[in-house]
Design a protein around this ligand. Structure first.
Ligand code: ASP
Length: 416
């Protein structure tokens, strides 16, 4: 039997994040060279995404139960919850403000060459009462089948607290969940080993679909959304990590690369959740208790990238149709944009649908959504990456403030 020692060794020696980035770059190249034929590689991406999605419900459920029973302190849970929600709201307000400033400075809608085609229906924001009632699952199994993360979280917290309260009697079940959660981490690692190929397939397909003829007319709005996203991550997130967490932001940025690339190529923050949980624990050193609560909540309600996009898109449309916005309109965009981003599901294209709420609120024509719809996937990739980066930033800060962040892991060079 012949052996080829150098190749497998190089493959094994290269850290996963570098292989994933290589998959991303090669995917862009393959799409550029092959055009629509690159959809040939899409099944690779679909297998990978299905593999990660398969993990979401069992992983979130088991790790959250283990995380809650591990905290052993109901007060701490309340504190973690309050901090999490506060940080998520603050970062979203920053995000939408950055989007508005960027769109005011660069005026992407002025002189844009675009035709309005589709006339979508305005979405409707659910009422606060409906949201609260909907948090409690009628049937936990149904919540799992539907993949309703918030309901799963509520049931897992209830179960975790009950197991804590019954003490010794709960021990066997806790051990089952511990062992199950461990198996889910292992399965995540196995699926992630396929990530370089999956990312390649996903990106090759997307990059093959978008020719310059589609991108160029809207290049300015794409540029403004990307710029605002980069500024938000590098200034707001890194700044908060440095100032509030007293941590080195470059470690945070390096630690989240896997999740960023998967978010970018899949355009789904829910779908990226298992990868985010893995990055938080293995690269950033956040405990199971904090990461298994803060991240699923974030993947469902914290959408800073979507908020940025809604700010930029609203101004883009106003500039396109030549409407001058008042200060009240700006306030309205911030308010509805924040609410709409919270209500946006972490799946591809959801932000585009929620944009109709913001536009309807300030009386802008909904037909204009058809203009940005053509390049929505490209914008979605950037906003989803920011959504995921934001969840991981807040997880890091909450972990640090609860002394549930292992600094040795955070500062180590041994990234996955
Ligand atoms: N695709 C985004 C996400 O999953 C949501 C959006 O469309 O804005 O985070």
């Amino acid at each position: 039997m012949t052996t080829t020692p150098s190749r497998p060794n190089l493959w094994r020696r290269t850290p996963l994040w570098q292989k994933i980035i290589a998959g991303l770059l090669l995917g862009i190249l393959a799409g550029a060279l092959m055009g629509k034929d690159a959809s040939l590689f899409k099944p690779l991406g679909d297998i990978f995404i299905n593999g990660i999605k398969m993990l979401i419900v069992p992983l979130v459920f088991s790790t959250l139960v283990v995380g809650i029973t591990g905290m052993r302190d109901p007060q701490k849970m309340g504190r973690v919850g309050a901090r999490t929600i506060a940080l998520y709201l603050i970062t979203t307000a920053f995000a939408i403000a950055i989007g508005l400033v960027a769109a005011t400075l660069f005026q992407p809608g002025v002189g844009a060459d675009a035709s309005m085609s589709a006339a979508p229906q305005a979405g409707e924001a659910p009422s606060l009462i409906d949201i609260l009632v909907g948090l409690v699952p009628k049937n936990p199994l149904q919540a799992m089948i539907e993949g309703n993360i918030l309901q799963i979280i509520v049931f897992a917290i209830g179960l975790g607290i009950s197991l804590m309260l019954i003490g010794d009697k709960g021990e066997p079940v806790v051990r089952v969940f511990e062992s199950f959660a461990e198996a889910m981490y292992k399965l995540t690692a196995i699926v992630m080993a396929f990530a370089p190929f999956g990312v390649f397939g996903l990106i090759a397909n997307v990059s093959g679909q978008y020719g310059l003829d589609v991108l160029l007319p809207l290049a300015k709005v794409i540029g403004v959304v990307y710029l605002a996203c980069v500024v938000h991550v590098l200034v707001v997130y890194s700044g908060m990590i440095a100032l509030l967490g007293r941590l080195n932001p470059s470690r945070y940025l390096r630690g989240i690369v896997d999740a960023l690339v998967v978010a970018f190529s899949s355009a789904s923050s829910s779908g990226t959740l298992p990868v985010s949980i893995r990055c938080a624990q293995k690269n950033l050193g956040v405990s199971e208790g904090v990461s298994s609560f803060v991240l699923p909540v974030g993947a469902t309600i914290n959408m800073d990238g979507t908020a940025i996009y809604q700010g930029v898109a609203a101004l883009f449309v106003a500039q396109l149709v030549g409407v001058d916005l008042s200060m009240t309109d700006y306030g309205m965009i911030i308010l509805t944009g924040t609410l709409a981003s919270i209500g946006t599901a972490g799946v591809p294209g959801a932000g585009l649908i929620m944009l109709s709420i913001v536009l309807a609120q300030i009386g802008l024509p909904l037909e204009a959504i058809g203009v940005v719809a053509g390049v929505d996937r490209i914008l979605d990739m950037a906003r989803t990456s920011v959504n995921v980066a934001g969840d991981l930033m807040v997880t890091t800060l909450v972990g640090k403030s609860e002394k549930e962040l292992d600094l040795a892991i955070y500062n180590s060079d041994n990234r996955l």
